[in-house]
Design a protein around this ligand. Structure first.
Ligand SMILES: [Fe+2]
Length: 353
C-alpha cells in the first residue's frame, strides 16, 4: 500500500513531492521514502464514497474523492492517482464517458480503472470494456474482494511507473547529450519532427510514425560513448577516429535493447547511417533491405546536419543542401522516392526545391 520514491541527494527545506509536502528530515534521513498509494473514489452517492474512504484509509491508502465524472477528471489533473474506483451511473458525466476520457489522455491511459456497478448485464460489461475499464466490481461490493483488486492494480501501476521512468531517463540522457553539444543542439528533436512529417506524408501507419518519433529522439544516443574530442574535432577525422564514431549506431542499439518500449526503434537506431547503395554502416545493407524507418531517418539526419553549423564549416541553406542530396541520390546514397517526398514536405514550408 505504499509507493517508494528514490531520493537522490535532496537538500534544504521542505520539498514538494507528488503534491504533498514531505518534511526535510524524512528525506535527509532515508535514501528511500515511502508514500501511500492514492486512490480516486468516484460516486455520486456520498455515503458510498465515505464507505470507500473508510475502508481504504484504514488499510493505509490515501483517498481522493469525487462525486461526478467531471470532478473526477479535475482531480486527476491535480493529483498523481494510482487506481480509480469509478461508479457508472452518475449525473453530468457517467462512468463510461469518464473512463473513455481517462483512457484517451496519454498521461492517464495506463491508469487502472475499476468500475463499480450495480448493473451486471453482459451488455453493460461490454460497454465498460469498450470504454477501457480494466475491471468490474458489482455493488454492493465485498470488502475483501475490493481490497484485493485495488492491491493487485496498485502493484501493476507501480510496475508501469517503473517502465515509464526508464523511458524518461533515456529521453533525458538523449536531450542532455544534445544540449551539451553546441554543434548538435536541438538536432535530435528536429530529426524527430521532420521524420514524423515525412513518414506521415508517405502514409505510414500510426505505430510506424510513433516509432519514428521516438527513434528520432534516440537515434544518436550511442554518441554518449563517443570521445567528445573526436566529435568536436575541427577537421577531417583519421581512419581510427572515423571507425570510433561509426560505432554509435550499434552502441545506441545496445543501450536501448533492454527496454521493451524501444524494440520497434532498434532497427531504425542501428541502421540510420546505412546508404541505399550499400556503402553505409554498420552492416552495409542495400536498397529496401534497409528498414523504411532507417531510410527516412538517414535522409532527415543528413539534411539537418547539412543545414546546421559544424566545427569545420558553417550551415548550408536548405535549397543548397537539397541539391547536394539530390546529387548524392544520383550517386546511389539515398532512396530517391523518399528524397522526392521529403522535398514535397519542405515545399509546404515555402522552400522552392
Ligand atoms: Fe548518427
Amino acid at each position: 500500500m505504499v509507493r517508494q520514491v528514490l531520493n537522490f541527494g535532496l537538500k534544504g527545506g521542505a520539498v514538494a513531492l507528488d503534491n504533498k509536502v514531505v518534511n526535510r528530515s524524512t528525506l535527509l534521513g532515508d535514501a528511500v521514502i515511502t508514500i501511500k498509494a492514492r486512490i480516486l473514489a468516484v460516486d455520486d452517492n456520498i455515503q458510498n464514497v465515505e464507505l470507500l474512504e473508510g475502508l481504504l484509509s484504514s488499510r493505509g491508502y490515501e483517498v481522493i474523492k469525487a462525486y461526478n465524472g467531471l470532478e473526477a477528471l479535475q482531480k486527476l489533473e491535480e493529483n498523481d492517482i494510482d487506481v480509480v474506483l469509478l461508479d457508472v451511473l452518475m449525473p453530468k458525466m457517467d462512468g463510461y464517458e469518464t473512463c473513455r476520457r481517462i483512457k484517451s489522455r496519454s498521461e492517464s491511459r495506463l491508469l487502472p480503472v475499476i468500475m463499480l456497478t450495480a448493473l451486471d448485464s453482459i451488455e453493460d460489461k461490454i460497454k465498460g470494456i469498450e470504454a477501457g475499464a480494466d475491471d468490474f466490481i458489482t455493488k454492493p461490493f465485498q470488502k475483501p474482494e475490493l481490497l484485493a483488486r485495488v492491491k493487485s492494480f496498485e502493484r501493476l501501476k507501480g510496475l508501469l511507473d517503473e517502465l515509464e521512468n526508464a523511458q524518461n531517463v533515456l529521453y533525458s540522457l538523449a536531450s542532455a547529450l544534445d544540449y551539451n553539444d553546441p554543434y548538435t543542439h536541438g538536432h535530435s528533436k528536429r530529426v524527430s519532427e521532420f521524420s514524423v512529417r515525412l513518414a506521415t506524408h508517405i502514409g505510414m501507419d500510426t505505430a510506424g510514425v510513433e516509432a519514428i518519433r521516438n527513434a528520432g529522439v534516440l537515434h544518436d544516443i550511442g554518441k554518449i560513448a563517443t570521445d567528445k574530442g573526436i566529435l568536436h574535432k575541427p577537421g577531417a577525422l583519421n581512419a581510427i577516429e572515423y571507425k570510433h564514431v561509426k560505432d554509435h549506431p550499434v552502441v545506441g542499439e545496445q543501450i536501448c535493447k533492454p527496454l521493451k518500449f524501444a524494440r520497434p526503434l532498434l532497427p531504425i537506431i542501428r541502421h540510420h547511417h546505412e546508404k541505399y547503395d550499400g556503402t553505409g554502416y554498420p552492416d552495409g545493407l542495400v536498397g529496401e533491405d534497409i528498414p523504411l524507418g532507417a531510410r527516412i531517418m538517414a535522409i532527415v539526419d543528413v539534411y539537418d546536419a547539412l543545414t546546421s553549423v559544424r566545427p569545420y564549416r558553417s550551415d548550408i541553406p536548405p535549397e543548397v543542401a537539397l541539391e547536394v542530396m539530390k546529387a548524392e541520390a544520383i550517386k546511389g546514397y539515398w532512396d530517391k522516392d523518399l528524397l522526392n517526398a521529403f522535398c514535397e514536405v519542405l515545399r509546404k514550408d515555402g522552400y522552392t526545391i
